[in-house]
Design a protein around this ligand. Structure first.
Ligand code: HEC
Length: 128
């Protein structure tokens, strides 16, 4: 059930990113951006459909890796790059989230779901 939900939400996400009148979206400089500011809000709006509310991911028809306990998040750079550029089945958030929002959500996932990774992401981690 969890998996079916993940797949459904995953495919709905693309649609909701562009939904007119969605309270989480606003138009700025001709492109859609999320309004949310806190890492938690950003996670809920843009990550949890695939990585789940508890950060444990889902597996079945698709594979959505857990973010909790995932050593790949040890690197601020690796984590930031995944969000900015996307990674195979994961969409790129460049253009949907501002650099500040990307840094917020990266710091959120690295320090929640049982994660206590050292260091904080900064503008230097955003790939060009
Ligand atoms: C549409 C589904 C989807 C959304 C939305 C999504 N991800 Fe992912 N994410 C994936 C998939 C699938 C992978 C695994 C890609 C691969 O390795 O093939 C992944 C991988 C990752 C990784 C790398 C983990 C690893 O083990 O390599 C990180 C970090 C990550 N996601 C963070 C996020 C964050 C933060 C957000 C929200 C800004 C987010 N993801 C939104 C599907 C998604």
């Amino acid at each position: 059930m969890k998996t079916i939900k993940a797949v459904l939400l995953g495919s709905l996400l693309a649609t909701s990113l562009f939904a007119d009148g969605d309270p989480q979206l606003s138009i700025s400089a001709g492109s859609y951006k999320f309004d949310a500011a806190s890492g938690e809000e950003l996670y809920k709006a843009s990550c949890q459909a695939c990585h789940m509310a508890d950060g444990k991911g889902a597996q079945g028809a698709g594979f959505y890796p857990a973010l909790g306990g995932n050593v790949r998040l040890m690197s601020t750079k690796t984590t930031t790059e995944a969000v900015v550029n996307g990674l195979r089945g994961m969409p790129s958030f460049r253009g949907y989230l501002t650099d500040e929002q990307i840094i917020e959500v990266v710091n959120y996932v690295r320090t929640n779901f049982g994660n206590k990774f050292k260091g904080t992401a900064s503008a230097a981690d955003i790939p060009k």
